[in-house]
Design a protein around this ligand. Structure first.
Ligand SMILES: CCc1ccc([C@H](C)CC(=O)N[C@@H]2O[C@H](CO)[C@@H](O)[C@H](O)[C@H]2O)cc1
Length: 800
């Protein structure tokens, strides 16, 4: 009798398990338990149900000596775990009923869980979706990351300004992790390298201990579970009691404080490489702990390191873990005595590198001074890798090295150290070849491939949108959750008026619920019948929230000029954080809030136009807003958004996209049909062309009276009566420094919004287009994406 095999779950059984944990794990009497206590008890009861698939997955992987995937990422934007886990183990309904029996409401209990906000945006959330898909597909895998004490900052608005506060997810006990103190590694920094007996020996000047915390990641239907191993930094030497007794309290605690700094906080930048020493230390901390753990696990049952690539696939989530190459070579040569030539081949065959951005300011380049100082041995190895690569390509025409101008270019290092490099959408992968690594692509023409991003349909449809999920299941049966292509079976039903009405009703119900939430959180009353026009993503000039708010001002002006006209009522919903140091992005946030203030209090406009910007956009807020969205704003300057994943989540939930031919918008439009997508704007290549005209923005402004009016209103302080010159900077940038082509795309965007209005005037026609979007989004499941990685990069197969 397998003790682990959980007894069949009935409501009664599960209720008693919750009560047992409340009593014995939380130590609370039901009569005095807080909603937080109930969450702890429920979390533990659910976690118990994940241990069995977790253990059997681990045992099978060992027993069958299966190849493992290691996903190295500085970010995992997980969000809340409780409800997602309950759905994946098939206990969502039973948990809800059992809690109700105990006088508790599932939503309010689950709603007390803090988001695990261990990421900035797209890259971090993709890592979380991929972890869940790898478990759903039965792909043996580990995620390696950092257990930041403080995730992405909490955003508040003060007078329309973004203000940041430390996020504190660990201030409450985190029920989903298992501490693994026995799994710890020393991570060295600085010091010297000595050559002894022909071998290099690194003597670090300082070190910290990386200690593991494991979180099980269970897949759909609880068939398999993988491990997310997050490293926490701890001091290597213990608390200095002598100093403490000498009254040197802070000095005594210093080693602890210093060590913990490494995993204290997530860097909130998502597009600018700061080049800070602490960030480099964080990246090496993660990478070295991961590589040491990978080699330890391999050598537990294997002796020949030459066969490592047959059992180990390591994916680098952007360049942030790119030291994985040099660190693997260091351990294979310095610790295990392999010759450099063999070590580099073994490493390359294990490693894959995913690029997520073309923005020059986001590409990591560390000064050779800093790299040589913090990681002297790795700097040597990087130079050796460079020599080796140059030597193996004598005939090269251009310089294709890693070290240039006293900088270590981490993109080139990751490229040269990987057997596969991929972009995250078809357009982006082409631009990676053309614009980012043209020389290296010429030298290694088959190394760059594409793996278009995807999102998990479990969290982003099944969990976030129960209204639409049950309509889908009632229409085509269940099973679509892990075979998303089956959504295609909805298409014939779209011809049925009843289905379209049911589809629209589900959306309408979500909008009504979200209207109440908007009123509660922002104080702004919105009409659920209005068109919910949503732009939710990090604040960045290339994502062009500015274009959106300028068009909104134009809309407002139109309404005031033609109060009798029949406008389609709209609610403009914004959500997104700016990196704390990103001044221009913060100015745009201030502008959006100032415009909202004027429009929302303008009697001449009333309910015809509202602007809401709830503070602290995060995974949980996305889960609330996406099911209630009618229009998905994907309006980045073409060639700048590598893929986007919000675009996929919104279209999957029946929102129509207004967007440029950028990133994955191109493929979304191909799949849902051009007639079900509101396209506008310059293409990626036209954008480059347009910049060749130094007066491109002045020409565009002079050609568009509506834009002239908007810029005039801004310049005269119409939205900042208390500081009329507040937005002169923005006006000047649109006129003279419009690198992201806001002016050039304004007229086309405005026309596209007109087409949106026209379409929305026909609710049944809109419902048809929206339903066809949902029906045709199967391709954008992260299961399809992960299968691509398994087949074309990791060369692994499912154990299921
Ligand atoms: C060094 C600072 C830093 C930190 C994070 C990043 C990330 C690569 C930024 C990011 O999240 N990129 C987004 O990745 C998503 C997942 O592939 C894509 O869908 C988005 O288009 C891309 O902007 C760049 C630079």
């Amino acid at each position: 009798m397998n003790a682990l095999a959980p007894q069949p779950v009935t409501q009664d059984v599960f209720r008693s398990e919750i009560l047992r944990h409340l009593t014995f794990t939380v130590g609370k009497d039901a009569a005095h338990a807080s909603v937080h206590d109930w969450r702890m008890a429920l979390s533990h009861a659910l976690r118990d149900r994940i241990v069995a698939p977790w253990f059997s997955a681990t045992r099978r992987t060992w027993a069958e000596d299966r190849k493992r995937v290691y996903y190295l990422s500085m970010e995992f934007l997980i969000g809340r775990i409780l409800e997602d886990a309950s759905i994946n183990v098939g206990l969502r309904e039973i948990a809800g009923a059992a809690l109700a029996d105990l006088g508790q409401d599932f939503a309010s209990v689950a709603g007390t869980e803090p988001d695990a906000a261990l990421g900035n945006g797209g890259l971090g959330r993709l890592a979380a979706c991929y972890m869940e898909s790898m478990a759903t597909l039965g792909c043996p895998a580990y995620g390696y990351g950092i257990r930041y004490e403080h995730g992405l900052f909490r955003q508040e608005f003060n007078g329309g300004h973004q203000v940041e506060f430390a996020e504190d997810w660990l201030s409450q006990k985190h029920p989903w992790e298992f501490e693994r103190p026995e799994c710890a590694y020393d991570i060295g920094f600085k010091g010297q390298v000595e050559v002894k007996g022909g071998r290099s020996v690194w003597h670090p000047g300082e070190s910290v201990r990386a200690s593991a915390f494991d979180t099980p990641v269970v897949g759909w239907a609880g068939r398999w579970a993988n491990t997310l191993r997050l490293w926490a930094a701890q001091p290597t030497q213990h608390f200095d009691l002598k100093r403490f007794n000498r009254g040197e309290y802070t000095a005594a605690a210093e080693p602890e404080t210093l060590a913990r700094t490494i995993s204290r906080v997530l860097y909130p930048e998502d597009t600018t490489h700061e080049g800070k020493e602490l960030r480099l230390k964080q990246e090496f901390f993660l990478t070295s702990a991961a590589i040491q753990d990978i080699l330890r696990r391999y050598l537990d049952t294997h002796s020949d390191l030459r066969a490592l690539p047959s059992k180990v696939a390591i994916q680098m989530n952007d360049t942030h873990p790119a030291l994985a190459g040099p660190e693997l070579i260091r351990l294979l040569t310095d610790a295990h005595g392999l010759p450099f030539e063999e070590a580099i081949e073994i490493a390359r065959s294990c490693l894959g590198y995913t690029n997520h951005t073309l923005l020059p300011e986001a590409l990591e380049r560390w000064s050779t001074w800093l790299m040589g100082n913090v990681l002297p041995r790795h700097m040597q190895i990087i130079e050796r890798i460079d020599e080796d690569h140059l030597a193996s390509h004598p005939k090269r025409k251009h310089y294709v090295g890693i070290v240039k101008h006293h900088e270590v270019r981490m993109g080139e290092l990751a490229f040269i150290m990987s057997h596969r490099v991929n972009g995250v959408s078809a357009l982006h992968s082409d631009l990676v070849k053309e614009r980012l690594f043209p020389e290296l692509h010429a030298l290694h023409p088959d190394r760059i491939i594409n793996q278009t991003n995807g999102v998990t349909p479990r969290r982003w449809l099944r969990m976030a949108n129960p209204a639409l999920s049950s309509l889908v299941t009632n229409t085509i049966g269940s099973g679509w959750e892990d075979h998303l292509d089956r959504l295609r079976e909805l298409e014939p039903h779209v011809e049925d008026r009843g289905f379209r009405d049911a589809f629209a009703a589900a959306k309408r119900a979500n909008k009504a619920a979200t209207s109440n939430w908007v009123a509660e959180t922002t104080g702004v009353r919105v009409d659920p019948g209005a068109l919910f026009d949503v732009q939710i993503k990090r604040l960045h000039e290339y994502k062009r929230q500015l274009l959106n708010i300028l068009q909104t001002i134009s809309e407002w002006h139109e309404i005031r000029e033609n109060p009798q006209a029949d406008f389609v009522p709209r609610v403009k919903i914004f959500g997104g954080k700016a990196a704390p140091g990103y001044v221009v992005a913060k100015e745009i946030i201030h502008l959006i809030n100032d415009v909202a203030e004027v429009i929302n209090n303008d009697p001449a406009v009333g309910d015809r136009l509202k602007v809401v910007y709830p503070a602290n956009y995060n995974v949980s807020m996305a889960e609330r807003l996406i099911p209630a969205s009618d229009l998905s704003e994907q309006i980045s300057t073409a060639g700048k958004e590598a893929s986007g994943t919000g675009n996929m989540k919104l279209a999957l939930n029946g929102a129509l996209t207004i967007g440029t031919l950028d990133g994955a918008n191109v493929e979304i439009r191909d799949h849902v049909g051009a007639e079900n997508f509101f396209l506008f704007g310059l293409t990626a290549h036209e954008a480059v062309e347009r910049r060749n005209d130094p007066e491109h923005s002045r020409h565009a402004i002079e050609a568009c009276e509506a834009l002239q009016v908007v810029l005039q209103l801004l310049a005269e302080g119409r939205f900042s009566p208390d500081q009329t010159d507040r937005y002169l900077g923005i006006v000047d940038r649109v006129w003279h420094h419009d690198y992201f082509l806001v002016a050039s795309d304004f007229a086309a965007y405005r026309d596209a919004q007109r087409r949106v209005d026209d379409a929305y005037r026909d609710p049944d026609g809109w419902a048809r287009m929206a339903a066809l979007n949902t029906a045709r989004m199967g391709f954008f499941s992260s299961d399809r994406a992960v299968r691509g990685y398994m087949k074309e990069i990791w060369k692994t197969t499912s154990a299921l």
